[in-house]
Design a protein around this ligand. Structure first.
Ligand SMILES: *[C@@H]1O[C@H](CO)[C@@H](O)[C@H](O)[C@H]1NC(C)=O
Ligand SMILES: *[C@@H]1O[C@H](CO)[C@@H](O)[C@H](O)[C@H]1NC(C)=O
Ligand SMILES: *[C@@H]1O[C@H](CO)[C@@H](O)[C@H](O)[C@H]1NC(C)=O
Ligand SMILES: *[C@@H]1O[C@H](CO)[C@@H](O)[C@H](O)[C@H]1NC(C)=O
Ligand SMILES: *[C@@H]1O[C@H](CO)[C@@H](O)[C@H](O)[C@H]1NC(C)=O
Ligand SMILES: *[C@@H]1O[C@H](CO)[C@@H](O)[C@H](O)[C@H]1NC(C)=O
Ligand SMILES: *[C@@H]1O[C@H](CO)[C@@H](O)[C@H](O)[C@H]1NC(C)=O
Ligand SMILES: *[C@@H]1O[C@H](CO)[C@@H](O)[C@H](O)[C@H]1NC(C)=O
Ligand SMILES: [Ca+2]
Length: 509
């Protein structure tokens, strides 16, 4: 990586000066005077260890990239809201800032990627997204806590984080990056839309964009299988894991070979026109088949969600994604928890609510409230593009929580809004066949999108390093190569190119 080496030569700190570095770190406790901000603790982490962590999310986190300076702080965003955050500042710093996102409705500092970012010599900052915990209970009657979650936490993390970095190293941040997935993907998109100056390069995966519609769709999917299911009165709409396995086998029988390779991966699920009638029981006594009611459930799941006026609310669930174990979050029999939490605590402002009649009526109502402007479904990225910002996004085609088809829809919205047929000069979407939600799944799906997933440390295989090359060297990634634990690889394509089997390997056309 020539770029990394060049920057290193300029900005590397003298590692022999550990004692003075430690003193410089600890001095931050008193030397930092930042708007609305209280420094809670400063520690110099001398060698790889596990540090204890505040809050309810986890109790400890590994630090592998020591020595580094750990700064814990809180930013009062208003008189009724605050963002807790940590800056991890490695001794060997390449001049880069890395802001991190969150997941679900949390509330949890992304310690894994603080470790990842610092291991690549970024000064990394992560926040609790304005509340402590894994759910949305703290949104109740706290609109400013919702605002932190919807758009503000990542912004103050960038503004205050960069000031801490500058004070510590005595040099301004050279380039600023963002990394996040799922809710983190939505946060990165929101940053580009609302705070285009905050980041030079944004890596925003599997984004929860069009958030209100996404959560409504997830809730309606739960209803398709009869959720909430009670043991006393099981719903005939419900599919047990065994029955889902019959569905998945039939989906592969009908669609696996469409891409030319029978490998369990459906490269383009939007081309899979799945017909569940073939597995409907012929007689009530049949086994290894679905009842007519279950066939109806399955058809509903794999149909896009249309509104009361026939308008598209959200794309369909991807055939193949139902085989990912995390599908049980939506199809396991409970009403989807994020929809329930968001509905109760941010939309309706109640502690209890019966969601058994939840349906399309929610669309107009949730759209009208759109707490904190959470929707994140606008196409005007002109300010971000004009200031030279670069955006990389990716989405697993076997994502069991957020449909990857929505990332195509987002691309098309931006393309339409900016009147650009291709967004290649600043925005690239990589579709990842076989990948589940943010990572894992089937096939070579590791490409540096998160800690532990960069099996090969170079920019052709690592999307964060690819972003560095784009921002600092003007070299945009044409493809991204995924790896798996056996070091098998697959070249992933950017939309609207397609991944096509040429008789030997998949190539992008
Ligand atoms: C990746 O390579 C860079 C130099 O090219 C090196 O500084 C860094 O430590 C490597 N990171 C990992 C995780 O191997
Ligand atoms: C932040 O708010 C807390 C609670 O209201 C208050 O005690 C603290 O002084 C505030 N800190 C700053 C820096 O404004
Ligand atoms: C600051 O961090 C150190 C090291 O983790 C810990 O021992 C100490 O209790 C912390 N202090 C506060 C005020 O949290
Ligand atoms: C951190 O904790 C993990 C899990 O308990 C352990 O495997 C690892 O060795 C620890 N790392 C260090 C450096 O102590
Ligand atoms: C500090 O708080 C005030 C309002 O409480 C806000 O207007 C201002 O933007 C905040 N500054 C930062 C850096 O967050
Ligand atoms: C719930 O509270 C939010 C502010 O937190 C407000 O925008 C919304 O209108 C309220 N919902 C209802 C149903 O009143
Ligand atoms: C994969 O490649 C890495 C880096 O070249 C190597 O360290 C590792 O042993 C390889 N793993 C396998 C299973 O071959
Ligand atoms: C398929 O693509 C690979 C990689 O570009 C190339 O090496 C190979 O020759 C191609 N095979 C055919 C049959 O075109
Ligand atoms: Ca296939």
């Amino acid at each position: 990586m020539p770029l990394l080496k060049n920057l290193a030569a300029i900005l590397i700190l003298p590692v022999y000066a550990l004692a003075s570095q430690s003193a410089k770190c600890l001095a931050l406790q008193h030397s930092l005077h930042l708007q609305n901000t209280t420094i809670l603790n400063v520690t110099y982490v001398l060698a790889a260890t596990n540090v204890s962590t505040p809050g309810v999310c986890q109790s400890a986190a590994p630090v592998t990239a020591a020595p580094l300076c750990r700064v814990q702080f809180v930013i009062n965003t208003t008189s009724s809201s605050a963002v807790h955050a940590e800056a991890w500042l490695p001794d060997i710093w390449f001049g880069r800032f890395l802001g991190l996102g969150n997941g679900g409705l949390g509330g949890c500092i992304d310690y894994a990627n603080l470790d990842y970012g610092t291991s690549l010599h970024f000064a990394a900052v992560g926040s609790d997204n304005g509340h402590d915990g894994t759910d949305g209970s703290q949104f109740l009657n706290h609109p400013e806590v919702i605002n932190d979650f919807a758009f503000r936490a990542v912004h103050v993390e960038a503004v205050i984080g960069k000031q801490i970095v500058q004070t510590y190293y005595g040099a301004a941040v050279a380039k600023s990056y963002y990394l996040g997935c799922s809710t983190g993907g939505r946060q990165g998109t929101q940053a580009a839309l609302r705070f285009p100056e905050d980041f030079d390069g944004i890596v925003a995966g599997s984004p929860a964009t069009d958030f209100n519609h996404l959560t409504i769709w997830q809730g309606i999917l739960s209803h398709y299988v009869g959720a909430p299911i009670s043991a006393a009165a099981p719903s005939p709409k419900f599919l047990s894991p065994d029955v889902w396995a019959i569905v998945s086998a039939e989906i592969l029988r009908q669609c696996d070979a469409l891409d030319g390779v029978v490998d369990g991966i459906i490269t383009e699920p939007d081309e899979c026109d799945f017909r569940p009638e073939s597995i409907q029981c012929i007689e009530d006594t049949s086994t290894n088949c679905l009842t007519a009611t279950q066939v109806e459930t399955v058809k509903n799941v794999f149909t896009p969600l249309f509104g009361l006026q026939g308008e598209l609310i959200y794309p369909r669930y991807s055939p193949g994604a139902e085989a990912d174990p995390s599908q049980s979050q939506i199809f396991g029999g409970e009403f989807f928890s994020i929809t329930e939490n968001w509905g109760r605590f941010a939309i309706l402002n109640v502690t209890e609510h019966d969601f058994s009649n939840f349906g399309l009526k929610a669309v107009a109502f949730w759209d009208s409230i759109n707490p904190g402007g959470i929707a994140t479904f606008e196409g005007d990225l002109s300010a971000f593009r004009n200031r030279g910002g670069k955006f990389l996004t990716y989405h697993g085609r076997r994502d069991p929580i957020i449909s990857s088809t929505n990332s195509k829809r987002m691309y098309d919205l931006i393309s339409h809004t900016l009147s650009l047929p291709l967004l290649d000069d600043f925005y690239r979407l990589f579709l990842i066949p076989g990948m589940g939600h943010c990572a894992g799944g089937l096939g070579p799906t590791s490409f540096g999108q998160s800690n532990g997933l960069n099996l090969v440390n170079d920019s052709s295989h690592n999307i964060l390093l690819a972003m560095v090359d784009w921002v600092e060297g003007g070299i945009a990634p044409a493809t991204i190569i995924g790896s798996d634990v056996t070091n098998a690889t697959r070249t992933h394509c950017r939309y609207p190119m397609r991944s096509v089997f040429n008789g030997t390997v998949f190539v992008c056309e």
